[in-house]
Design a protein around this ligand. Sequence first.
Ligand code: F0G
Length: 463
Amino acid sequence: MPDKPHFRTVIEPFIIKSVQPIRLTTREQRAEILKAAHYNLFKVQSRDVLIDLLTDSGTGAMSSEQWAAIMRGDEAYAGSPSFLRFEAAVKDLFGFRHVIPTHQGRAAERILFSVMCKDGDVVPNNTHFDTTRANIEFRNAVAEDLVIEEGKDPSNLHPFKGNMDVAKLERLIENTGADRIPLCMLTITNNSGGGQPVSMENIKAVKTVLKKYGIPLYFDAARFAENAYFIKLREPGYQDVSVKSIVQEMMSYADGCSVSAKKDGLVNIGGFLCTNDDLLAQEEKDLLILTEGFPTYGGLAGRDLEALAVGLQEVVDEDYLTYRIAETRYLGDHLTEIGYPIVQPPGGHAIYIDAKALLPHIPVSQYPGQSLSVEFYLEGGIRTVEIGSVMFGKRDPTTGEETPAAMELVRLALPRRTHTQSHIDYVIEVARSVYTRRNRVRGIRITKQPEFLRHFTAEFEPV
Ligand code: F0G
């Protein structure tokens, strides 16, 4: 391999070939926009957002090779060569016997849990993502979060805060009975726990316990490449192993996975479901035909499958991953320097600000995360998302009483290959300004809300 130059600056390993203009509104305009959106940033039009850090899902830029592949897309209803190229790309990396395309991650989840769960079953995970939890609960099963204690402490510097507590897993299996646990999941990286990785050692330990009880292991693998890169950076013995080989090893311990391809698939839409179980695959494909489409396209167009096949090869490129993780760390380190309490160490796809620690004058009942998120928009047109009690607070439908979420976080998620360093520098400047005025940020109250997944549509007003 040729020597890499010894320069410290990590550059964006691409040039920009197509651009989309963004514009800054005035503070007065943003105050009006917020009012009209009832202080819910999901209701703000993207043309009114300058830097959109709402999500890293489906918001990234595709490469010239992906756009070229799109032209190769074959739109045959059955037996498209685009499916074969997609299937080959997934098998090359993941190695599972059956690959089932879906329109996005939650469609794969719905099919997976519909086929595998019965009423009253229990599905453990490090931390369930909200759609995963909702799909399990919709199937009348119970979603259990078993992340290690270090993973719940924002300032703890543990290198693999996405790890599952193996002793808790074993206790859960003993207490519940293995026959009531149809599968165990590991979310890589652990999105709801701060985008934190799971170590290879933990994957193996979880697999060992599950094997003893005959329970299959599935990955929620939306950010598999970022997880593998953290293993390369942080886990002894993997420094000289390629990210692709690390992904292959991770997957070798699992029986299947559900994937939102809108993250590490480097595409704007797509997902898939994998399994080694022939019988399950047949049931899954039957259900797929009912709601998504024929098994050689799922809910996707042939061109989408082509773009995904290329994305899966590009995402394990280590120059890309070096830049990706450096960008996130750059934002995290600067926010820390300003004084922001963030989930440490910076994760793969996002920085999570601990709003409860930053705004101690706002009680949890007045949603410090939502208040901070609104403030970032008002200050600089930056859209972030609350991951706290608005999203995860439990509300008793009869009394209206609320149990708050474990943490009150604000997530700044970075779309892939989309922003330059000066965009991030702008975010840091806005954050500095918000920080100096933090004592004057006001709380917020809910004026209207639906029964579940309320964060998408709830209405608020400042207290
Ligand atoms: N699993 C994880 C870990 C996710 O982060 C997501 C989506 C899904 C499953 C569902 O996939 O959106 O393709 O249906 N996360 C996005 C986010 C929405 O903003 O974190 P989907």
